[in-house]
Write a protein that binds this ligand. Structure first.
Ligand SMILES: Cc1ncc(COP(=O)(O)O)c(C=O)c1O
Length: 390
């Protein structure tokens, strides 16, 4: 490595899909119509009322720093949201507004993880979590997750993998890349087990709201000692605004505030005002309609992938991803994804981006495109598969 570059950088992984994205852009410059099923953000625009609130804030020139904890009315609206959707009371002082779930994770881990300590997480999972742990000098213990546990951890797995270096556990439900949920019982027992081991429980609830049959439960329903990470990016459709939130155990209020003051000062002010408009009745109804569209897309994509010979080991219950086992066709999904892009201009994300658990056998398909676009993509995929023996 070049002198001067921190040694920790060797542990920070890039997004491998970026290589494919660059290739996709190149193809688009050549006039090819690339269908994007690799993108992890809703294709819907920011809802009108939210956009309007952001515009109004800029128009009024209300764009000074806010408190590091966030805009008070937004924290209160989130507190009310917990009551309305989950029937739980969350003290407003425990709610911090952050630059996305990303900012929430940085505050949660930065305030709780010591160098040398280890965080347990399921493999496959969202890749940035490990990189955050590394940034704070920690290590990750990946636990291979399978369809047997819905690609989630449970109390038994946590107990089994806990050791003298363990500091905490990350659970994301619905999961990226599998879209699967942890059951309410498993979440409850996992929280209780982690706290009994004197660990920290970090619950990534960013895909709540995008859950199609069952209901997602929050770790806060079982304990006020869990860290809960959430965001306006996915269900609320505000990716580029960079606004999310973190709920912390009471003992962490002061440390997290101190850290937020230093590393962010505050979350973008106009984004916080825009986020406040998310909680109007009309907006929440619009978001629920969008969630219903995602549910239809999921059913469509799931059915077609199975017909094409892909195996989906655990049917997704939320988010906007299907993690398909492609072993019938390849044991190198990075190459498969690249070949598919070059031949048929369909972009997908190879399993390599989500961990080390038979990752070369999987592809993540995102249904962040309309059924019409997906239908065209799947026809192209079918064409691409003609080269493989039946
Ligand atoms: C599971 C998960 N957590 C966190 C994030 C980060 O989201 P944000 O845009 O709120 O920073 C993502 C983004 O894709 C995600 O999939």
């Amino acid at each position: 490595m070049e002198p001067g570059i921190a040694t920790r950088m060797q542990y920070i992984s890039p997004f491998y899909v970026m290589e494919l994205l660059q290739l996709a852009k190149q193809l688009e410059r050549q006039g090819r119509d690339v269908i994007h099923m690799e993108i992890g953000e809703p294709d819907f625009p920011t809802p009108k009322g939210v956009l309007e609130a952001g515009r109004q804030c800029l128009h009024d020139g209300q764009i000074k720093y806010t408190a590091a904890t966030g805009l008070q009315p937004l924290r209160e609206a989130i507190g009310q949201y917990y009551f309305d959707r989950y029937r739980i009371q969350v003290a407003v002082e425990r709610i911090f507004i952050t630059p996305g779930a990303t900012g929430a994770f940085l505050l949660a881990l930065g305030s709780s993880l010591n160098p040398g300590e280890e965080i347990i997480m399921a493999d496959p999972c969202y890749p940035c979590n490990n990189n955050f742990v590394r940034l704070f000098g920690g290590t990750t213990q990946y636990v291979k997750a399978t369809a047997e546990t819905n690609f989630q951890l449970n109390a038994e797995l946590i107990r089994h993998h806990w050791n003298e270096h363990s500091k905490g556990v990350v659970v994301a439900s619905p999961s990226n890349p599998t879209g699967t949920l942890i059951s309410p019982d498993d979440l409850k027992q996992s929280v209780e087990q982690t706290l009994a081991l004197k660990g920290c429980f970090y619950s990534d609830e960013i895909y709540h709201g995008l859950v199609y049959k069952d209901k997602a439960v929050s770790a806060l329903q079982f304990s006020d000692k869990a860290f809960v990470i959430n965001s306006f990016s996915k269900f609320f459709g505000m990716t580029g605004w960079r606004v999310g939130w973190l709920v912390v155990p009471e003992a962490f209020i002061d440390p997290v505030e101190k850290l937020a003051q230093n590393i962010f000062i505050s979350t973008p002010t106009q984004s916080q005002y825009a986020a406040l408009a998310c909680f109007s009745r009309e907006n929440l109804e619009e978001l629920d309609r969008r969630a219903a569209v995602f549910a239809e897309r999921k059913d469509y994509l799931y059915k077609r992938l199975i017909e094409l010979g892909f195996e989906v080991e655990a049917e997704p219950q939320g988010a906007f991803y299907i993690y398909a086992n492609c072993s019938r066709y390849t044991d190198d999904t990075f190459k498969f994804a690249k070949d598919l892009l070059l031949a048929e201009a369909v972009a997908v994300t190879p399993g390599k981006d989500f961990g080390h658990n038979r990752e070369n056998l999987y592809i993540r398909f995102a249904y962040t495109a309309s059924v019409d676009r997906m239908s065209a993509a799947l026809d192209r995929l079918e064409q691409f598969l003609c080269q493989y023996p039946k």
